[in-house]
Structures are given as C-alpha cells and as structure tokens.
Design a binder for this molecule. Structure first.
Ligand SMILES: Cc1cc2nc3c(=O)[nH]c(=O)nc-3n(C[C@H](O)[C@H](O)[C@H](O)COP(=O)(O)OP(=O)(O)OC[C@H]3O[C@@H](n4cnc5c(N)ncnc54)[C@H](O)[C@@H]3O)c2cc1C
Length: 481
C-alpha cells in the first residue's frame, strides 16, 4: 500500500485519521481478497506496539457505501470496504523534524549544496559546501558523513570518484487538487488501476487525487506534470464518479520524485520501496530508497552504521521515543482550544487550524498576533491562512523566498485556482521586514513566482515528459539550484 501515511500516537499533531472507501467491482472473491488485505493492515498496526490509533475496517453493502459516498456512480460498485489510514503534510512534517534536530544541537543549512568530499587518503573527513544564497564555499569537517540525498544519490556518490554500490532511479508521481464540493463524499476513496492504485484523499476544503508512477530522467529539481499525466488521473477517477471532473475543476497540480533502489524491472511501480545503507569508503555512510513512512527506521539504520565506525561508545538509538518540536503539550492545548479562541479573539476553527499545523508551537504564532493584531487577519487571497503564518515561516521556519512560503510552508500554490499569484505580493510584503527585503527584492520575488506558475501551467499543457520538462525549465529559480 502506498498511502500518504505516518500514523503514531505520539505524532498526532501532524497526522490525522482518514477514512477510505474501496469500491468492490466483483461479487464474492474480491471481497474476500481485499478484506483479507485490510484485515492484515489492521493487525499489523496493532502488532506495531503503538496501539491501534485508527478504527478497524468494515464491510459495506452497495447501499451503505453510496450513503457515505453519494458521488459514486451506482454501477461502479457492488459493495465496498471501509478502512482507515493516516495522513500527514510532508513539508510541515519535515520543517518540524529539522527544528527538532536543531533543538538537539544540529546545525542546519538550507540552500547549501555539497560539491565535494574532503579526503584524507581514502577516508572521507567532511564535505565542501557551496552557499547558494550568498555564494562562496565552506568546509564542514566530520568524523562520519551521512549521505541521504534521495533521487540525487547517484550524483552525490559520484563525488567520491568511485562507482556507487547501488543506483537510485527517480519515479515521478503527480497529484491533482480539486475543491471539496466537486466530489460528493464523506470518505476518501482508493481505486484499483491497471498498474497500481489511485487515491482520492480529503485535504481541508479540497480533494487530492493521485498518483502516477512513471520513470523520470529529466531535471530532478523540477519534475513536471504533463497533460498526459493529468488526463490519466482524470480518466481513472471519472470511471467511478457520477459527475465527471474536467480540467476546469483542477485548482492545483504538483509533481514529486520517489527515490527507488534500481533493480531488474523497467517499470518503476515494480521497484522495491525498501531502503539500504552502505559504507562505500571509510568515513562515509550512504542511505537510499525507502519511504516517508519508514524514515525513522532509515535514520536509525544510517546513524547506527555511522556510530559503529566511531572509536567511542554511543548510547542506543532513541528516535522512537523522541517527540517532534510542538508535539509535547498539543493534547492539552487542543482541549483548551475554545479558551484560546476567546483569549485571542480568533474563531475556534482558526485555532484548530493552527494547532493542527504547529502543535504546541501555535503559542509562538499567537505571540506574533498579540504584538500586531493585523497579523491575526486572514490573507486576502488565501483566507485559510493567517498573515501571522507567513511572518512565522520567515522568522521561525527558515523560509528564504516567496516560493518557500507559497508552495511548502503553506500549500497556497495548489489550493487556489490562481495558484498563489493573487496573494503573492501580500505574502512577499509580509516576509520583507523579517528578511530585510526592500521594494526591489519584493518585485523580484513576485516576478519569479509568477514566472514559475506560468511555466508550470505551460508544462501541464504539453503532451509528454520531454516537452513538459522543457516548458518548466523556462522559469529560472530565484536562487540557482
Ligand atoms: C507522488 C509521491 C507519493 C508518495 N507517497 C508516499 C506515501 O504515501 N508514503 C510514503 O511513505 N512515501 C511516499 N512517497 C515517497 C516519499 O515522499 C519519499 O520516499 C521521500 O520523500 C524521500 O525522501 P528523501 O529525503 O530520501 O529524498 P528526497 O526527498 O529526494 O530528498 C533528498 C534531499 O537531498 C538534497 N540534496 C541532493 N543533492 C544534494 C547535494 N549535493 N548537497 C546537499 N543536498 C543535496 C535535496 O535537495 C533534497 O532535499 C511518495 C513520493 C511521491 C513522489
């Protein structure tokens, strides 16, 4: 299964349970077969030792399935299974993870590229890093270096001048975002396709529809969705919808790359989702492959390997019990959300939105509102978000440029039909005092963002990967990557 999931009781702040309906097309065998699959999934989550956290699956008749998902075509199913999974906003999760590491003493740098390894004989003793923001290079010395560079693993392994021990292939997956009212359903959907599965996932006031799984050997920093990718998703989801979706219903489109360990198969959907750790030369550990859901296991395996090579004792790994920044205190604040709303003058739904995005760190966002009440207002062109969230992204979450805020710290770029362009100037003006931008930099940020959106739209009109990639590359990055 490939759900966007990362459930655990201690991570409640960033993950939430989501119901999924699996429409059955055949009587008899399919219910037994798929039912056994979800029962196993339920059993595995109990045996993980973290408690269930999620309700168990149920079998539904066609009538009951249509009651929870009236937007389905009646002839698209003979019955259904309902099961639960968990969902997380990956970019928010990474931000929390990085801030947690910094609290434990990690030095963190974004827009910093490793351009070479420092060597003493065969041994790697650090890395040479190019500062993409300010220019120039600096050195970082370390007893052990861990290379965790995802789809760039082959390139970073090449920096040691030896053939890597394994290869990573990039598999492109795209998603569409449509407004919630376009699909009449109180549950997410999982549909079988000829190659894999397709999800329809509730996402605030929207649905996310995805995904695809195709090899990608073009520009890795800007995977582009083509017209063919979008058609593929619309065609498959429309097979079960009473009112089909059209291109005009699509608010946002985004594409990402899965780092898969290269194997014998040409089809990326058949490659392993397992990870591997290697120690190609003394002083350098490489970890590659894997999935988001297994990131703590991957991290443990990589760090254990690095620690093993140190000439001193280090205590056993405790990652499993380390809460992320903002997790401790979340439950108590959630219970107090009505009081927080009263205290701050915000609607309780706003407080819930903040708690679900920042956990206990919501108090830091609210401090900004307390010093400047205008930050408690919603953004004019993206009213789901408060102005304070933009300031916070720049002051506390390492956002350096407009697209950091519009595409990753918030999801405005995929949650509005204008893809964030209407709100771009207001957001840039909010970031400006924090980052010391003058009017010229504000104009430059907005202009770059508008060009990026136009290039993405153009790529999504192209028939295939080659032409989509060429169109996407028409917009230069604000800081060359
Ligand atoms: C469409 C889609 C759906 C997915 N669904 C799921 C799912 O449901 N569940 C799940 O568990 N997983 C899912 N995944 C997989 C998951 O997103 C990836 O496994 C995960 O993001 C990989 O993270 P990573 O850090 O290993 O690699 P990446 O995300 O590729 O990150 C590598 C990092 O290395 C940096 N880097 C590269 N070269 C250098 C250099 N020279 N110097 C410094 N930094 C460098 C890059 O900037 C980048 O930040 C999905 C992926 C996609 C695309």
């Amino acid at each position: 299964r490939n759900a966007d999931c990362c459930w655990s009781g201690s991570l409640r702040t960033w993950s939430s349970p989501v119901p999924f309906l699996y429409p059955l097309k055949h009587r008899g065998w399919e219910r037994v077969y798929a039912g056994a699959g979800v029962a196993l999934y339920d059993a595995m989550s109990v045996s993980s030792g973290h408690g269930r956290g999620l309700p168990v699956h149920r079998h539904l008749s066609r009538t009951r399935a249509l009651r929870v998902a009236p937007g389905l075509r009646k002839d698209a199913l003979v019955g259904a299974l309902q099961y639960y999974d968990a969902q997380v906003d990956d970019a928010r999760f990474v931000t929390s993870l990085v801030r947690t590491a910094a609290r434990y003493g990690a030095h963190v740098a974004n827009r910093a590229r490793v351009v070479g390894f420092l060597r003493e004989g065969a041994r790697v003793v650090g890395a040479r890093v190019h500062d993409l923001e300010q220019g120039g290079e600096f050195e970082v010395r370390a007893r052990q270096v861990v290379n965790a560079s995802g789809v760039w693993t082959d390139e970073t392994q090449a920096l040691i001048g030896e053939r890597g021990q394994f290869h990573v292939r990039a598999s492109k997956g795209i998603h569409l975002v449509v407004p919630r009212d376009r699909i009449h359903s109180s549950t997410g959907l999982i549909l079988r396709t000829e190659k894999s599965v397709l999800f329809v996932i509730p996402w605030g006031r929207h649905w996310i529809i995805g995904t695809t799984d195709t090899g990608w050997d073009l520009d890795k920093a800007h995977p582009a969705a083509s017209s063919a990718d979008i058609d593929y998703l619309l065609e498959h989801v429309n097979e079960v919808l009473a009112v089909p979706l059209t291109r005009d219903d699509v608010e946002g489109v985004y594409a990402g790359l899965r780092p898969l360990l290269a194997g014998e198969s040409d089809a990326t959907s058949k490659l392993s989702r397992e990870h591997t750790v290697a120690h190609p030369v003394p002083g350098l550990v490489v970890v590659a492959g894997g999935k988001y859901t297994t990131y703590r296991v991957m991290a443990k395996d990589a760090v254990d390997e690095a620690v093993h090579a140190l000439d001193r004792r280090v205590g056993p790994c405790v990652t499993e019990d380390v809460p992320l920044a903002g997790a401790v205190g979340y439950n108590a604040l959630w219970n107090a959300r009505a009081r927080m709303a009263k205290r701050t003058g915000l609607h309780v739904a706003r407080v819930e939105h903040l708690l679900n995005r920042y956990g206990a760190l919501t108090e830091e966002v609210l401090e900004l509102v307390a010093t400047d009440s205008s930050l408690g207002e919603p953004l004019a062109a993206a009213e789901d978000y408060l102005r304070a969230e933009v300031v916070y992204a720049a002051s506390h979450e390492g956002a350096r440029h407009l697209d950091d805020v519009l595409t990753r710290r918030t999801r405005i770029s995929i949650e509005t039909f204008d893809r964030g362009t209407r709100g771009a100037r207001e957001v840039a003006e909010l970031m400006a005092p924090v980052l010391g931008w003058g009017p010229e930099q504000i104009d430059k940020e907005v202009e770059h963002y508008e060009k990026r959106v136009e290039a993405e739209r153009e790529s999504q009109r192209q028939p295939d990967d080659l032409t989509a990639d060429a169109a996407r590359l028409g917009a230069p990055d604000i800081v060359p990557l």
